[in-house]
Design a protein around this ligand. Structure first.
Ligand code: HEM
Length: 594
């Protein structure tokens, strides 16, 4: 191809941008992992990279008042590319020279792949000098190591890297995409607190989750996010959460009855995974939207339960994880009609229909005045009615919060309770100490009916929960993408690493020891940036008080009723995916405590 060809192509490209999305366009350069301004369209390389970029990404960013904001292109990138191709074909009469046309695409593709996998990550990327592990493979970089199942306790792979390479390191993602891990409390403070709005959740990684959850509080950004969070904060107030305690107790009582029933049938080794998962689903159904999933007691798997479990099992499956990773490069991968994609799509449709039904019922009830229930959704609807139009949540935004609460509030508390029981079973001394505290406070367990404040006044229970969240954080990684042109492109904040650093937690940092939370010298060293199971700052977990009260009540009631022990010869591993799960399941020896 002649330089004239590229120069003219450059003009076409520029015109297209000018007419369709304005001149001052910033490309969110997926392949380069940092936002880059297109200063001029004269450079052949940048045109090539923009062209290929636009073929594989679907978001563009615009600069306004010095800030980068995400902007959907007026035309889809796919359409954009098709238009470009048609222009080439018409302009250069490529159809009359098919060899030329094919070689254009083949060479372009080979060049792009070589640049992306072999040249850019090692020789061009601004991250090239940051230390970190070498890639294990050209295709999946270090991702396989990150996803490996941990058999030796709770030490995540990134923690091993962090020990070797320091608290700012780089690993390679799919196609050797360099990604930064930060375990430096000062940088974490900057990202989560002082400049939290300069760092967004990376859209390309979250496309699949957004299809499921919609842009509720977890995935909203910018001003939309601020409006949603401001509007939703009051629903999570201390006084509202106090009212949820009875629901936590009611569901846990059913859970205890079921475990007792299984024991009465002669089973002393119990698979607790499904019980706990169902209990936390029932709880979030009640406190989230006064919805009776009754998953613990119902034999029939009704649609609503099926969609929830379906999306979890799909969502965490390795195959789906691989698809999520690859679809951040090739969005069409998520549309290939294979089983995993079809079932995921089906789950999304069912979820949206169920959420719509739920919200329509509430809207109808709300026509007759204020909703009486104190679940989160009712509180949001009541609050919404009082707000001026510009502050209100739209119908879709409210609908998206249903799935947001369900996913954010079910899996996290499920995983926390499961690991708490596992750890207490493996540390019988701490299990005994906890039971001692509980029995002292509530000698008659049938009268266990604590208030919100009473449950938080139990000191050792508090230590146990904090330690579980430190050693087995349910969300061990938060991903962020900088919107400003930073030296580093993309930050991954491995909470697990700051939460297990020997510098802060001492030589027993990797061990489960709830008593460390009684050490006043240690407490002085702990801050919001070296202990962050709920993250902190503007995007910290809105449900942290709900979660703490819920897990504490479940644990307290289970420990007052049962003694948990490991099953000899049965090995439990930690599956290092989104919320690290118990693998294959939480099997524990259970005996009654009376
Ligand atoms: C032990 C249980 C829980 C843990 C450890 C936890 C942890 C977290 C973390 C780390 C984040 C920040 C994620 C990120 O930005 O990368 C988060 C966000 C969030 N969590 Fe939780 N969570 C828990 C329970 C809950 C519950 C019970 C609810 C709802 C009832 C909830 C609702 C949310 C929501 C809506 C967000 C998004 C907040 C925002 O961006 O403003 N979480 N959670």
């Amino acid at each position: 191809m002649s330089s004239k060809f590229w120069a003219e192509l450059s003009n076409d490209y520029e015109k297209l941008f000018e007419t369709e999305i304005g001149y001052d366009v910033i490309i969110y350069a997926g392949e380069e992992q940092y936002v880059k301004e297109i200063h001029a369209h004269s450079n052949i390389l940048s045109i090539r990279s923009q062209y290929f970029h636009s073929a594989f990404s679907n978001e563009l960013t615009e600069k306004k008042d010095g800030k980068f904001i995400f902007k959907k292109p007026n035309i889809s990138p796919q359409l954009f590319n098709i238009i470009l191709i048609i222009i080439f074909i018409l302009k250069y009469k490529m159809l009359s020279d098919p060899i030329n046309l094919v070689s254009f695409f083949v060479l372009g593709f080979i060049g792009w792949i070589t640049h992306k996998i072999l040249i850019w990550p090692f020789f061009v990327s601004p991250l090239k000098n940051i230390p970190g592990p070498p890639p294990d493979s050209l295709i999946y970089g270090n991702v396989k190591a990150l996803l490996s199942i941990e058999a030796d306790g709770f030490v995540e792979p990134q923690f091993k890297w962090y020990k070797k390479y320091g608290n700012i390191l780089k690993y390679y993602g799919i196609f050797n995409k360099p990604t930064i891990f930060v375990a430096d409390p000062k940088i974490i403070q900057e990202i989560t607190l002082s400049r939290s709005y300069d760092f967004t959740k990376p859209y390309s990684n979250n496309k699949s989750a957004i299809a499921l959850l919609g842009k509720g509080l977890i995935f909203a950004e910018g001003d939309v996010y601020k409006r949603q969070r401001k509007m939703m904060n009051p629903a999570f107030s201390h006084s509202n959460i106090k009212g949820m305690v009875l629901d936590f107790i009611r569901v846990t009582t059913t859970l205890i009855d079921l475990i007792k029933k299984e024991m009465n049938q002669g089973n002393s080794n119990v698979n607790l995974t499904l019980y706990i998962s169902k209990a936390t689903l029932d709880i979030i159904g009640l406190v989230g939207f006064s919805y009776e999933f009754n998953s613990l007691t119902s034999k029939r798997i009704c649609n609503s339960i099926r969609w929830s479990f379906q999306c979890h099992s799909r969502y965490v499956s390795r195959c789906h994880y691989a698809i999520i990773m690859f679809s951040s490069y090739f969005s069409s991968v998520g549309h290939i009609p294979i089983d995993v994609n079809l079932r995921y799509k089906e789950a999304c449709v069912v979820i949206h229909c169920e959420s719509k039904k739920l919200i329509d019922v509430k809207y109808k009830e709300a026509e007759n005045g204020e909703l009486k229930n104190k679940d989160l959704l009712s509180l949001l609807i009541n609050n919404n009615k009082t707000l001026p139009d510009e502050e209100k949540l739209t119908y879709d935004e409210l609908k998206n919060q249903i799935m947001t609460f369900l996913i954010a509030g079910h899996e996290t508390t499920n995983v926390t309770t499961s690991w708490a029981l596992y750890l207490l079973a493996h540390h019988p001394h701490h299990q005994d100490l906890l039971r001692e505290e509980l029995v002292k406070a509530y000698p008659d367990k049938s009268q266990f009916n604590p208030t919100y404040d009473e449950i938080h006044s139990l000191e050792f229970l508090n230590c146990v929960l904090k330690e579980v969240l430190r050693i087995a954080a349910p969300i061990p990684i938060s991903k962020r993408l900088n919107l400003k042109d930073e030296f580093f492109g993309k930050y991954l904040i491995p909470k697990a690493s700051v939460q297990k650093s020997a510098e802060i937690w001492g030589p027993t940092a990797e061990e489960f020891d709830p008593k460390r939370w009684l050490d006043s010298a240690l407490i002085k060293k702990i801050n919001n940036y070296n202990y962050l199971p709920f993250l902190n700052g503007a995007r910290g977990c809105i449900g942290n008080k709900v979660a703490s009260a819920e897990v504490k009540i479940m644990l307290a009631m289970l420990i007052m009723n049962f003694v948990f022990k490991p099953i000899e010869g049965f090995q439990i591993k930690r599956r290092a995916l989104f919320t690290p799960k118990v693998d294959p399941y939480l099997g524990l020896g259970v005996s009654s405590y009376s």
